[in-house]
Design a protein around this ligand. Structure first.
Ligand code: PBG
Length: 320
């Protein structure tokens, strides 16, 4: 036998020498829920909390000690209304969290999710016109939300609503208001997915009627991923995202092979909860399964990964 692939797997040292994909702490972005009110556990996501502003500094201290360089904030307001006005209030929950975080840790990259669903009484990501979600009436509100977050000090905004033209609307509004350096991470390839279930529980943002299939993508489609990403890049996206993560590695690979901008993968709530539940039952080795999942996303082309496992993964990567 001339060729014996097992020779390259003989010892840990040889495997380390030839390995192709690595996972670094600097790849990780930690999503955090900020609630107006008291800190709460999230029953469908064991280990993840909705943090009050009072408890946020302590949580951030752990993020910093894990050497995580970026956080992604989601706001959970006390009051919701038809037009999701909490999303673009100067003193909204996320805007307050951003100000506090940047004051404590100016170097921590603060990203804010831009969407209306956590703030609307009906739970949809845009403004209603009858029972339809009006694309064009939603755009100025998303732009206002992005500007208010930039004004609070956010380094990056991440629109997750899936309205057409939102990246252009947000880029223009940011530039007009003097925030030409604020980055946009576009949720370009966001599928309508059952794997967001625990998030909607966490953010109390499930739609009160219907579903999100008229704006989020159909999981039977792949070419649409190219159309959506191309549009977002043309409209000014700095980073594009594919979401969910593990069940969509083919899409991640296509996106990263096709475009030259950095690609992020979102390891979503349902993926977290499945791993957590299996681990809690003793059915899988949590650390090994999480690192394998995250490495698979890197191998498929992700430059960075948004994951609820970020603090643990950071420790595991560093061998702690
Ligand atoms: C808001 C938003 C959602 C997620 C990120 N931003 C929920 C949704 O679209 O229903 C999902 C994140 C996750 O499941 O971890 N639109």
């Amino acid at each position: 036998m001339i060729k014996r692939p097992r020779r390259l797997r003989k010892t840990a040292q040889i495997r380390n020498l030839v390995h192709e994909t690595s996972l670094d702490v600097s790849d990780l972005i930690y999503p955090m829920f900020i609630i107006e009110g008291e800190t709460e556990e999230i029953s469908s996501m064991p280990g993840i909390k909705r943090y009050s502003l009072d408890d946020l500094p302590k949580a951030l201290k752990e993020v910093i000690s894990a050497e995580i360089s970026a956080v992604l904030f989601f706001g959970i307001p006390k009051n919701k209304d038809e037009n999701g006005s909490g999303a673009y209030e100067e003193n909204g929950i996320v805007q307050q969290a951003v100000r506090l975080t940047k004051k404590l840790y100016p170097d921590l990259i603060v990203i804010t999710d831009i969407c209306l669903c956590e703030y609307t009484s009906h739970g949809h990501c845009g403004v209603l016109e009858g029972n339809c979600i009006s694309n064009d009436k939603t755009l100025p509100l998303l732009a206002k939300a992005a500007v208010s977050c930039a004004r609070a000090g956010a380094d990056m905004v991440a629109p997750s609503d899936m309205m057409d033209g939102r990246i252009g609307a947000i880029r223009n509004a940011l530039d007009e208001n003097g925030f030409s350096d604020t980055l946009i991470m576009a949720y370009s390839v966001k599928y309508s997915s059952s794997f967001y279930g625990p998030f909607r529980d966490a953010a109390n943002s499930a739609p009160s009627f219907g579903d999100r299939k008229s704006y989020q993508m159909d999981f039977r489609n792949k070419k649409e991923a190219i159309t959506e990403t191309q549009l977002d890049i043309d409209e000014g996206a700095d980073i594009v995202m594919v979401k969910p993560g593990l069940p969509y590695l083919d899409i991640l690979k296509t996106t990263s092979d096709t475009f030259s901008v950095p690609v992020a993968a979102y390891h979503v709530s349902g993926e977290y909860s499945m791993l957590k539940a299996a681990a809690q039952n003793g059915w899988i080795d949590e650390k090994a399964a999480v690192l394998e999942s995250l490495t698979a996303m890197k191998r498929a082309g992700a430059k960075m990964i948004i994951t609820y496992y970020a603090p643990n993964a950071a420790k595991w990567i560093k061998g702690e």
